[in-house]
Unconditional design. Structure first.
Length: 458
């Protein structure tokens, strides 16, 4: 409207200029017509001024009308819901049991009956070693055991002999003592027994007592010697048994049912226990019918981990196919660098389609134990340097800024925490240009329309 008015003014002024030029030329010929032309020019200028004023008046009226109109704003309701979504987390597939096989004693490989890819059963002989020095040590230990056994028998014989001599001395003491007592009683009658006989019998009884005491000491010494020899024999016997066990170490068997996934040694190779001269393992055995799926669960989702829950995962080898594992083990600690908690799933791999080391994505279900508030993602104003907020429309259709903290995303909704309640209306697009107290006309937007509007505002 304004441009149209200005265009008309310019056309009228151009005409007046042309008329003025014509007047100047005509004045020289007819001075009387000059007065008439001036009167007409004055009337034209007055007419242009009136039209201009009229245009200004209409413009001010339009501005007044514009400011009195109420702004229509699309709004969406605050909904209360339970957070439930599926996140794609990286996973690591491991064998349930993964054992590097080392020998318990150093030796040479005499025979090996498995190779990479072989299937083994628990207790199956896989490797036979030979160690000549162990055989010599075993024979030496057996000889010591036999010698200790002979010494035990000798000590036992000495103890038996000492005990027999002690019994004989006890009998001799008892007989001599009885004779001495009777003779002493008889000597009280004068002339029946010579006094010297009583003295001789008394000395003989004292000698018998000393002999009994000596044999008792011999019996104790023989018993002690027998005990020492028995302990020596037990130690020699245990050493011989240990060497027999060490000889059994030369036979290496499978610890469980599984597959040989690595072989590093061959017949004639010298091998030793781990840590000695950095010997590599002879073979590696893995259990593949049961796998561990290890995934790092973010800290914010750690409280929602439920043992026994079913969780899906995918592998790049089988695109478009989903496998199901069970939550079996929870780390119960957070790694400080990543702020994640390791969680293990069990997966029964009966057909061996999934193998350790495959690239894996775990479709982790994220859930909250209780409900929270959600708004459209575009309803949260995050560009403002002051704070994060939503524009709530109150009962008087006025804008209010409500500070919020954002939580987790769930589709086209975002979790918010703040002074909100279910059913509150917030503007579909958060905007700090909508100042608190501004009067608006809220327009309810259905959920599907809200989704399309959100996409158009991004």
């Amino acid at each position: 409207m304004k441009n149209l008015v200005n265009l008309k003014r310019l056309k009228r002024l151009k005409r007046l200029k042309n008329l003025n030029n014509f007047r100047n030329q005509d004045n020289r010929k007819n001075p009387k017509s000059l007065k008439t032309f001036n009167a007409g020019l004055t009337s034209a200028l007055l007419l242009v001024g009136i039209v201009g004023l009229s245009g200004c008046s209409k413009k001010s009226d339009l501005q007044k009308v514009d400011t009195t109109e109420t702004l229509q704003i699309p709004v969406a309701e605050v909904v209360k819901n339970t957070l439930s979504r599926v996140d794609q987390l990286p996973g690591e597939i491991k064998a349930y049991q993964d054992v590097a096989i080392y020998p318990k004693v150093p030796g040479f490989i005499k025979w090996i009956g498995v190779d990479r890819g072989s299937t083994v059963k628990a207790g199956q002989l896989m490797v036979q070693l030979e160690a000549p020095e162990l055989v010599a040590q075993k024979d030496e230990a057996k000889s010591k055991e036999d010698a200790s056994g002979g010494l035990v028998e000798e000590s036992a014989a000495k103890l038996s002999s000492a005990k027999a001599s002690l019994l004989e001395a006890d009998a001799q003491l008892a007989g001599d003592n009885d004779t001495y007592v009777r003779t002493k009683e008889a000597s009280r009658v004068p002339g029946v027994v010579a006094p010297n006989d009583v003295i001789v019998l008394e000395q003989k009884v004292n000698a018998d007592r000393e002999r009994v005491r000596a044999w008792k000491q011999n019996v104790d010494a023989a018993q002690h010697q027998l005990d020492v020899q028995k302990r020596t024999f037990s130690a020699a016997k245990e050493a011989a048994r240990n060497h027999k066990d060490i000889e059994d170490y030369l036979r290496i068997t499978a610890p469980f049912d599984g597959y040989v996934t690595e072989r590093n040694m061959h017949v004639g190779s010298f091998v030793g226990p781990r840590g000695q001269d950095a010997y590599p393992p002879i073979i590696v055995v893995q259990q593949l019918n049961l796998l561990r799926i290890v995934t790092p669960v973010p800290e914010i989702n750690a409280s929602g981990v439920v043992p026994g829950a079913k969780v899906e995962f995918t592998v790049s080898t089988h695109p478009g196919e989903r496998f199901v594992g069970t939550v079996a083990r929870i780390g119960n600690y957070l790694e400080t660098k990543t702020r994640t908690m390791p969680v293990e799933l069990n997966y029964w791999n009966s057909d061996n389609r999934v193998l350790p080391g495959m690239f894996c994505e775990v479709l982790w279900p994220t859930r909250r134990p209780r409900q929270s508030f959600f708004v459209p993602t575009t309803a949260v104003e995050t560009r403002s340097t002051l704070e994060t907020f939503v524009n709530r429309v109150n009962k008087n259709d006025e804008i209010e800024w409500v500070p919020v903290k954002q939580g987790e995303l769930m589709g086209d909704l975002v979790e918010v925490f703040g002074d909100l309640k279910e059913g509150d209306k917030v503007t579909l697009k958060g905007d700090d240009s909508l100042k608190p107290g501004v009067k608006v006309h809220p327009v309810d937007v259905p959920r599907k329309t809200a989704k399309s509007n959100e996409k158009s505002t991004k």
